[in-house]
Write a protein that binds this ligand. Structure first.
Ligand code: TGC
Ligand code: FAD
Length: 404
């Protein structure tokens, strides 16, 4: 009883006061549909997730009871056509939803972006009609969750070197190997797994929980993205039915094209984390009195806040234009890389500065700053590290491939 009352008090103290910041009147560029999507996502996050997110991060567990709610705001496959259970929205709407989720927690956004971009997208784009009908509606409703297995213990930035492989056994494929650092793996019903055939060509296979020889041990010890579950995928002579191979595309370009969609969502999402940090620091700077005045009245604190909103605004403009290009089918992989790299770097710097602005309070769980800061250490690493994206831009502008 006492613990219950304490929890109620703590949750009441954690009322989510966030309000958006729109310095360059970006709202005028949004459609009514975009605003509806944003408002619904924000209201749901404030009501259902903000009160419990610190506890989930402390426990290092994704709160699975949120899955139906995530589905209800269209977070699973927002741009997948309605005939397959998706929301049939545009890519800017997808970005907006990812931003609202990451405004609360990068792990929450991760769960949704993996489901949308890395599981539903490849099945929609490269799956057969039977595969689409079998998997997409269940994934859109959150009844089934999925994960995406590309990274291996010895192949992270260089996924083309993967050793996970499958052999054609006549009436089925035999899959062997291991994937590591896989978001959603511990509870996913399906895994989109990238593996090489006997000729060394990369293909996508849908592996289902329950297939003999397939296990998904949880990875422990993370100080980052604690509210998202991460695991391994182990394949020990797994018999995969032939109809589970994605027939639409083979080669490394297939998984990399899924990363384009996920990286696009991260570019939007990271702005959400930055906005939450800025919002927290701005409010605190007006309330915290030192030397007889609010700390926000000191020039050094104003410099931090002014630089934060400048960088956020630049990222908002970059990302909105990227959204327009993606809607028109014109966004290049290199443009997406630039936005992912810029925005995550911007967000992690703002998280660190905002934490400093709160002094000692900044390291506590009463404020989201340490959590965002630690989360963003994963976000700057996954979906291509900061340096890998720099090299992608370098390759694009010079024509020289630094990876070869
Ligand atoms: P490279 O020879 O350059 O390319 C191989 C083939 O792929 C094509 N391609 C792309 N296609 C679509 N989209 C892209 N972004 C593409 N980039 C390249 C390329 O044209 C080529 O096609 P083809 O037809 O000529 O064969 O490949 P490489 O081996 O030199 O590697 C290039 C590099 C380093 C850029 C790439 O491998 C890379 O991006 N590495 C980073 C790995 C990464 O991002 N892993 C992410 C794993 S998933 C994840 O982290 C999920 S976290 C999710 C969450 O929780 O939110
Ligand atoms: P490495 O590739 O070993 O890189 C180590 C360092 O070397 C980095 O700084 C890198 O930038 C640098 N480096 C590498 N190559 C070069 C080069 N050519 N030039 C200069 N520097 C270089 N993967 C999935 O497949 N699915 C998931 O769902 C998923 N979820 C994840 C969740 C979390 C929380 C984390 C942390 C990772 C996740 N990943 C996932 C894996 C992620 O994509 C990889 O961690 C990432 O691609 C980097 O690979 P690596 O960790 O092996 O680092």
């Amino acid at each position: 009883m006492v613990a219950y009352i304490c929890r109620l008090i703590i949750n009441a103290m954690r009322t989510d006061l966030y309000q958006g910041h729109d310095y360059y009147m970006m709202d005028e560029l949004l459609t009514d549909e975009h605003k509806l999507v944003r408002d619904a996502a924000r209201a749901w996050v404030k009501k259902e997730v903000s009160p419990i997110i610190e506890e989930a991060a402390e426990k290092c567990q994704f709160p699975k009871h949120l899955l139906p709610g995530l589905a209800s705001i269209g977070a699973f496959g927002p741009y997948i056509p309605e005939e397959y259970g998706g929301a049939g929205l545009d890519h800017i709407s997808y970005g907006i939803i990812m931003q609202e989720l990451e405004r609360c927690d990068s792990g929450l956004r991760s769960t949704a972006s993996v489901q949308s971009s890395l599981v539903m997208y490849p099945i929609f784009k490269y799956g057969s009609e039977e595969q689409r009908m079998k998997y997409l509606p269940k994934l859109a409703s959150g009844e089934w969750m999925g994960c995406f297995g590309l990274t291996e213990p010895d192949h992270g930035s260089n996924p083309g070197g993967m050793v996970t492989n499958f052999k054609d056994m006549g009436d089925h494929y035999l899959l062997n190997g291991a994937k590591m650092w896989i978001s959603n793996a511990p509870f996913a019903q399906v895994a989109v797994v990238w593996a090489k055939n006997e000729e060394g060509r990369i293909h996508g296979l849908v592996v289902e929980r329950g297939m003999e020889g397939f296990s998904t041990p949880t990875m422990h010890g993370k100080w980052s993205l604690r509210a998202s579950d991460t695991g391994e995928l182990i394949f020990d002579n797994v018999k995969v039915p032939k109809e589970n191979l994605l027939p639409g595309r083979s080669g490394l370009g297939a998984p990399l094209s899924c990363l384009d969609s996920a990286r696009f969502g991260i570019a939007w999402g990271a702005i959400g984390a930055a906005l939450d940090c800025y919002d927290t620091a701005l409010r605190y700077s007006k309330e915290r009195i030192q030397f007889g005045k609010p700390i926000g009245a000191f020039q050094l604190q104003q410099k931090k806040l002014a630089e934060m909103i400048t960088e956020i605004t630049k990222a908002q403009l970059l990302t909105f234009r990227l959204g327009q290009l993606r809607n028109e089918g014109k966004a290049t992989s290199a443009q997406i890389s630039m936005a992912k790299r810029n925005n995550v770097d911007m967000a992690i710097n703002i998280a660190r500065e905002a934490r400093q602005m709160l002094g000692g309070m900044g390291i506590t769980n009463e404020y989201p700053l340490m959590r965002h800061s630690m989360n963003l250490e994963s976000v700057i690493t996954y979906e291509g590290t900061h340096d890998i994206h720099l090299l992608i831009t370098g390759m694009d502008v010079t024509g020289f491939d630094a990876f070869k």
